[in-house]
Design a protein around this ligand. Structure first.
Ligand code: HEM
Length: 413
């Protein structure tokens, strides 16, 4: 008698949102290229095996530009909040070569690893100031603090604002917007409005920087040139916006998901406390184990392609599931085990191919300092609620927590 696999587990329900990994194991094994209807009604192909995801991310026959490759596509589905209302559709993640190549080269010149390394002392200072504030909140309240709101969220926003050169007196609106995005489940709304204001602000500030240059990233974006070619003020504003957006929720989720993983794996946390030299590797393993970006952004087939033995017709949306690829037993031994000492390189949490995360050096640095400062100051930090009660965002692209209430403790576990 032929054995039939168990029916596919439900995708996108509450159980899946909290822990999608069993469903991804099923998909990798039984339907690695899986056509399904997404919660927004769109039919798309989900690709879940590491080898196939890597191939999809590097395949030039898959386009990122919906305007040319998928005319029926509605704007605002990239996962970028308020994108369609703010006129920022033409950015790196929505473009193909040669436009993508030109813009990416120009921004790489402004956003170099050397420039990012120079920010290490500032990032450490910001992390410490935020932890001071968290300690005050815990002391003045019931002894607990929400690490998402108090630490993971303001850290990347403050860092990128300092890098861009946004003066301190103008930063409040950015923080409001950031909290609005993180809090979107509470129905506060207004994210689209904030996005519009931020874009207007960036455009105006870029114009001022052209006239009055500083030593900051906005000035570098305005000045970046390639064979005499410059970013227009509008392109520079879109670029600043995408750096802000792409580096913000992702880094929150790295610190949020990573801290949760450390708190729920005390033996791994103890290992890291005993051997801080493990930190860089720990960041890679935390990216792999429960990464901030669950699905890569939308791609569309420009011609029929074969992925993992399945023919996908032309003009179809394809989603590469990074979180599934990074738990593939064909690539990582015991993939569901958190092991801060494993060789986690080769994970796809930061993407692959021409759209590989341009902010990866900053993401890694913020993650390293974020975990290091929290552990050094509060090695005995413990969850203030059962892990099962924590709520996760239900958005398609990002994987993150609404809140992470903890008790900070200066002594080790
Ligand atoms: C832990 C934090 C981060 C993670 C996990 C992450 C992940 C990713 C991934 C998976 C992609 C590729 C998406 C795709 O191919 O569909 C990407 C692209 C990108 N990321 Fe990040 N990112 C992080 C932080 C940052 C930061 C801090 C910045 C900048 C400040 C940034 C800027 C970008 C940009 C501009 C792109 C588009 C690159 C292109 O299309 O050429 N990211 N990121």
């Amino acid at each position: 008698m032929t054995e039939h696999p168990a029916p596919p587990p439900p995708l996108f329900d509450r159980v899946f949102i909290n822990d999608p990994y069993p469903a991804y194991a099923w998909l990798r094994e039984h339907s690695p290229v899986h056509r399904t209807r997404l919660p927004n009604g769109v039919e798309a192909y989900l690709v879940t095996r590491h080898e196939d995801v890597k191939a999809v991310l590097a395949d030039p026959r898959l386009s990122k530009n919906a305007a040319t490759s998928f005319p029926g596509w509605q704007p605002g589905r990239t996962g970028i909040p308020g994108e369609h209302r703010s006129g920022i559709a033409a950015h790196l993640l929505n473009l193909d070569p040669p436009d993508h190549t030109r813009l990416r080269r120009l921004v790489s010149k402004a956003f170099t690893p050397r420039r990012i390394a120079e920010f290490e002392p500032q990032i450490r200072r910001i992390a410490d100031e935020l932890l001071d504030a968290c300690e005050r909140t815990a002391r003045d309240g019931d002894g607990t603090v929400d690490l998402i709101r108090g630490y993971a969220c303001p850290l990347p926003v403050a860092v990128i604002l300092e890098m861009l050169g946004v003066p301190p007196e103008d930063q409040a609106i950015f923080h409001d917007w950031a909290f609005g995005v993180v809090d979107r489940g509470s129905g506060r709304g207004g994210v689209g409005r904030s996005v519009k204001r931020i874009r207007g602000y960036l455009r105006e500030t870029i114009h001022k920087k052209r006239l009055n240059p500083g030593e900051d990233l906005l000035t570098a974006l305005v000045r970046a040139s390639d064979d005499g070619e410059h970013l227009s003020e509008d392109e520079a504003a879109s670029m600043a916006f995408i750096l802000l957006f792409a580096g913000f929720e992702t880094t929150i989720n790295l610190i949020g998901n990573g801290t949760l993983a450390l708190l729920t794996h005390p033996e791994q946390r103890a290992r890291l406390l005993a051997d801080p030299a493990l930190l860089d590797n720990a960041v890679e393993e935390l990216l792999r184990y429960d990464g901030p970006v669950e699905f890569a952004t939308w791609r569309f087939t420009t011609e029929p392609i074969d992925v993992g033995g399945v023919r996908i017709p032309a003009g179809e949306p394809v989603l590469a599931v990074l979180a599934a690829a990074d738990r593939d037993p064909a690539r990582f031994a015991d993939p569901d085990v958190l092991d801060l000492g494993r060789a986690a390189t080769g994970h796809l949490a930061l993407g692959h191919g021409i759209h590989f995360c341009i902010g990866a050096p900053l993401a890694r640095l913020e993650g390293r300092i974020g975990f290091e400062r929290l552990l050094a100051r509060h090695p005995g930090t413990a969850l203030a609620v059962p892990a099962e009660s924590l709520r996760r965002h239900s958005g398609l692209i990002m994987r993150g927590l609404y809140e992470l209430p903890v008790r900070l403790a200066p002594e080790g576990p």
